[in-house]
Design a protein around this ligand. Structure first.
Ligand code: WT7
Length: 635
């Protein structure tokens, strides 16, 4: 009996039961039958949830790139692995075969080696969505270096804190990048980010825009020159199952971003398994996920999950509105895309365009649609279903997180009956539970609670880089014995899950998970600002937008308010990134606080939502008098 592919609903339930009753057998068989190893593991897993210690496939030896590339060469060498669609539709696209990918990854691996990068070293990658981004990630994995991709929209300050945190000695970037009408100056941002940082030894610069950039011969090296000279083959490093594959930063509810560390074997097995089953993948399919490779969705489904299954995956450099709002539909038509995996925020924005942009394209190649990143609202779900899928493509609403590595709750395409706004059922191996405030599991259906997982799965992150204590505190302490997701959810009468929102100070804006704390930190840099609190409020396109309540210092109170607003948003753009800019800014005399000085964000959240009738328990508030004026002046 093989467990890799689920054939129908009955089998789903069977496999689910098996994965709970005999997890060693279930995952052991999948790992054994579908991947290549240098050496088999001697134990499928070992864990202590309370300590956040989780290990899978102990003492197994492998290299993920052998599984993504080498093993396909005999059967699929000439098959296209990556289709690259440039920002400008008149620029020639690239069709990169598995053979060609092997050569590119090997050469790039040798380039990194020539710069002294060794197994275990961290390499930060700050590149636009070009093939070199995917290739560099794989090249790191090839030589056992730990990649940490930083989304190319992040500011220099965000890069600096990540580079410092993980101690990267090499950064890979480009002279620039194309995004719609704009060019982005990646090299310039990196230069600023590493000013005075002695830990960075080399900056490898890929040519993309060919615009002149400042070049420091001591640190900067042109990628092209080394690449030309590099050998076209590379012997993959032998990795232990538990050795880190990558670090990816995600926002926390407090303080600096968390560098989530993912392992090699567990991550490989579960991204492959979920890609296969959630999307009902079939040989010949053309898979397009519109995320950026800088997010976990890009890591797991544009890259690793797709290549592990020998699929063809699309990498798109541009934006949905350039050169016009039919770009996505053009791409689907042009490459006969079968799978279109995107985010609710993108759907909501596409919906606002005239339907003729969609209607003029042939979308009959589509077979499966996917949504990820935040709860999908009903209107968006129906539009996606009616106008893009033409009611014949299942929508897989996939719930998961940077921390979980792969999809956790989702319909299986063509198998699980879908229900708008519901992520439906947990995948085999995922023991989801709802917990109440007293740490009890809420049994039965038609219930709500904190979404937790009571048994480890192979692709769960292993730690926060350099801060295991924070890992334990964030995920394994609120509900002892389980992993706490930070989300609230409800389970309906048939056991389907619906994610209802975050339980912490994280707001999802345009599908990006933003911690309000680092945005407040950025605001508080302003000399006129005394204190600030940022909360989310619903926004038609972005899902949520940010509302800042800001109190000023005495000397700041006479400043021109419009100028102040501009300066504050500029500070956020500089310190955090433009995605964190505030849509609404309200200056207040003071923020509501508890006796212990904690800002009562809950109250501000209700005000931002215009829900003024019930602020919950306000007995701990020390200054209730400020609330009425905040309400009166709300935006
Ligand atoms: C948070 C994780 C992993 C995908 C990209 C985001 C929210 C994600 C869904 C969904 C409702 C969702 C959750 C989760 N989320 N997918 N299908 N339905 N909410 O990864 O940045 O780590 O954010 O995104 O709140 O905890 P991330």
């Amino acid at each position: 009996m093989s467990y890799y592919k689920i054939a129908d609903l009955e089998q789903y339930f069977k496999h689910y039961k098996k994965s709970v009753r005999e997890p060693r057998k279930f995952w052991g068989k999948i790992a054994e039958e579908n991947f290549i190893w240098y050496q088999a593991w001697d134990k499928v897993f070992e864990f202590d949830m309370g300590k956040g210690d989780i290990k899978w496939f102990l003492n197994g030896k492998l290299n993920i790139t052998k599984n993504c590339i080498d093993r396909h060469l005999s059967k699929r060498g000439e098959k296209t692995a990556i289709i690259f669609e440039p920002n400008n539709p008149s620029e020639e696209p690239q069709h990169i075969s598995y053979n060609e990918l092997y050569t590119r990854v090997s050469k790039t691996a040798n380039v990194l080696k020539s710069l002294g990068v060794k197994k275990g070293d961290r390499v930060c990658i700050y590149l636009p969505m070009i093939p070199e981004l995917a290739v560099t990630m794989l090249a790191c994995a090839r030589i056992g270096a730990i990649h940490s991709v930083i989304f190319a929209g992040f500011s220099d300050a965000a890069i600096r804190s990540r580079v410092e945190d993980c101690g990267a000695k090499v950064i890979v970037t480009s002279d620039g990048g194309f995004r719609g009408e704009k060019t982005i100056k990646t090299k310039e941002v990196v230069d600023k980010a590493i000013e005075g940082l002695t830990s960075v030894e080399k900056v490898l610069v890929v040519k993309r825009t060919n615009e002149p950039v400042s070049f420091n011969n001591k640190i900067d090296v042109w990628f092209d020159e080394l690449y030309e000279a590099a050998e076209a083959s590379n012997i993959a490093e032998i990795m232990d199952s538990e050795e880190p594959l990558f670090i990816l930063y995600t926002s926390g509810s407090t303080g600096k971003p968390k560098g989530m560390v993912h392992s090699t074997a567990g991550y490989m097995i579960q991204t492959a398994y979920t890609f296969q089953n959630v999307f009902d993948y079939k040989e010949g399919d053309i898979f397009w996920c519109t995320a950026d490779l800088g997010w976990i969705t890009g890591h797991s489904y544009i890259l690793y999950g797709a290549l592990l299954n020998g699929a063809t995956t699309v990498i798109f450099e541009g934006i949905p509105t350039y050169p016009n709002p039919s770009r996505y539909w053009d791409i689907i038509d042009k490459y006969q895309v079968t799978h279109f995996y995107t985010a609710p925020t993108a759907i909501r924005s596409l919906m606002t365009n005239d339907y003729s942009y969609v209607a003029s394209h042939n979308l009959t190649s589509l077979r499966v649609l996917g949504s990820v990143g935040e709860p999908i609202n009903e209107e968006a779900w129906h539009w996606f279903n009616d106008f893009i899928g033409k009611k014949r493509c299942p929508i897989v609403d996939t719930w998961w997180q940077t921390e979980t590595g792969s999809i956790m709750i989702s319909p299986l395409a063509c198998i699980t009956p879908t229900k708008p706004t519901y992520a439906t059922l947990p995948l085999p191996g995922i023991q989801t539970v709802l917990m109440d405030e007293k740490n009890n599991e809420i049994l039965g259906n038609q219930v709500m609670g904190s979404l937790c997982v009571k048994f480890p799965w192979p692709s769960i992150a292993r730690t926060i880089w350099g801060d295991h204590e924070r890992f334990v505190k964030t995920y394994f302490s609120d509900f002892p014995g389980t992993y706490f997701t930070g989300d609230n959810a409800l389970r309906d009468e048939v056991g389907y899950y619906r994610i209802t929102g975050r339980a912490d100070d994280v707001v999802i804006v345009s599908g990006h998970n933003l911690g309000t704390a680092p945005i407040e930190d950025a605001i508080n840099h302003h000399p006129a600002v005394a204190e600030s609190a940022v909360v989310g409020f619903p926004h038609d396109i972005k899902g949520n937008a940010l509302y800042g309540f800001i109190s000023l210092k005495k000397e700041g109170s006479t400043r021109d308010r419009d100028n102040l607003k501009k300066e504050i948003n500029q500070l956020i753009a500089d310190h955090y990134g433009p995605i964190g800019k505030l849509d609404k800014i309200q200056f207040v005399d003071d923020l509501p606080k508890t006796r212990s000085g904690k800002i009562l964000r809950r109250v501000l959240r209700s005000i931002a939502l215009n829900q003024l009738d019930n602020f919950g328990d306000t007995s701990t508030m020390i200054n209730p008098e400020v609330v009425s004026s905040i309400i009166e002046n709300r935006l």
